[in-house]
Design a protein around this ligand. Sequence first.
Ligand code: ATP
Ligand code: MG
Length: 569
Amino acid sequence: MKNKTKKYSNNFIHNIIEEDFKKNKCVLLHTRFPPEPNGYLHIGHAKSICLNFELAKLYNGFCNLRFDDTNPIKENVKYVKAIKNDIKWLGYQWNKKIYYTSEYFSKLYKFAKELIKKNLAYVDQLTKEQIREYRGTLITSGKNSPYRNRSIKENLRLFKEMKKGYFNEGEACLRAKIDMSSPYIIMRDPVLYRIIFSQHHQTKNQWCIYPMYDFAHCISDSIEGITHSFCTLEFQDNKCLYNWILKNISVTNHPKQYEFARLNLKYSILSKRKISTLIEKKIINNWDDPRIQTISGLRRKGYTPSSIRKFCEKIGITKQNNLIEFSMLEYCIRNELNEEAIRTMAVLEPIKLYLYNIDDQYQETFVVPNHPKRPELGTHEIIFTNTIYIEKQDFKETYDQNYKRLKIGEEIRLRYAYIIKAEKIEKDKNGNITQIICFCDLNTLGKKPINKKNPAVIHWISKNNSFASEFRLYDKLFNIDNPEQEKNFLSFLNPNSIVIKHGFIEKKISEKIQKKIKSFKIQQTNLFFQFERIGYFCIDLIDSKKNKLIFNRTVSLRDKWKIKKEKNN
Ligand code: ATP
Ligand code: MG
């Protein structure tokens, strides 16, 4: 393989494909990504998207996007739209057109009739509960339905009547006739078609019988010329059925199914059903809430397509289920933002500081680098005056020997500017500090203080150069490792998963954002900042308006979990 990159080239799936090429079992790799349009895509889907699209790229093959739309009750075109958008945003382009399983409904119907004609399928009229009961368990074999031995002719007639709407939902279904004592429960006469009277987002009211996933999936793969069909480990047993169906109908292409471990991420919920519950209960705002790991949530939080692709590459493809550290995801974006984000100052919890030895009219401009290590990223101007904001946390009123920031009688350097000394504080009648009065040593710009140690540095923003902004600080949504496993996952919510602060950013930066915010929203591009000493942030492109800028914390400057560990050691 000439254009082989390291990416996606060192896992078991890759070895299978290499073998298939060597043995001439495959000449052109064709994969697919088959989402069901019943929710938004999440980071788990990204794992599958990256695998399928990257493999197609690696082998100069194709990857189809196919909407697996066989259940009209839960599906919606709004999800189709969102899924397409997210895949494109991740940087992938599907092969030719978009495919829908619903396009094949007529073909699927014919294949179902073929199975009936071969005496391999029958119309059953047991209730859902009875079907479950008759199915047996892992240790007991199932028993045949009393309807199992209907004649082919009768089955064809009943199936047609099902299609025509003569039965109510649940009154009849089509089942494969396989083996009610098979060790694989999936092979105990699985249901192939059920009746649903619900308008379908693509086929409208054309059908009232819908194929089950297992019946539709393998046939869709076959029709599209898929060579390798990748799915997660839970579908391992379904493989027998996948192969059984393709073996028993008249198709020439028989794709091979391979399973890999799904992505489970610590502190995360990835099940669409559970995410829907979080939305319904108003615990999160929507599918794009930055506290959940949907693609749109991650995008809104400031994750870039490349950071998500990098994460998927790093976790790799294996056959062992495991729980991935959340810090791995954060590592991927932090690394990227460390290189790319523009450094600027923001004050999230402001407290006023007055430099009494500087005139009210005095104004000085400092040109500061956008990135300490990348001069090509340019500079921006900050303005220094006698009234500035600093972070509340950077001042301590009571004496504390270990406190290294501003305190009465002590000096500190204002980032890029002078050394100041706090002399006194003013308070309102409630005892809240209204301002800190300081002396500014105008002799210390870019100079070390004579005969003294360099003081600590704090960030600041001039009152005249400030623009009021909102900051949303996100944390994990759950306070346990594996909420997905918990039945009552809602009892493990982190009450501080979002903390909102009202502070300031530099005015020059706000002007730059205001000019571009409309196009950022349309193009789904963002600006990424490192607010010095605070963290990496981006603009919230959903709620921000020209006059109301909101910033989302993408990730902290350092790995909090690692710091905790270091402290404990
Ligand atoms: P949910 O559990 O939320 O219902 P799903 O697996 O049913 O998700 P689909 O829309 O059917 O969602 O998924 C499309 C594809 O994405 C499937 O091929 C599936 O294997 C893959 N996929 C879904 N979740 C994960 C995951 N956590 N890790 C890896 N692949 C996943
Ligand atoms: Mg599914």
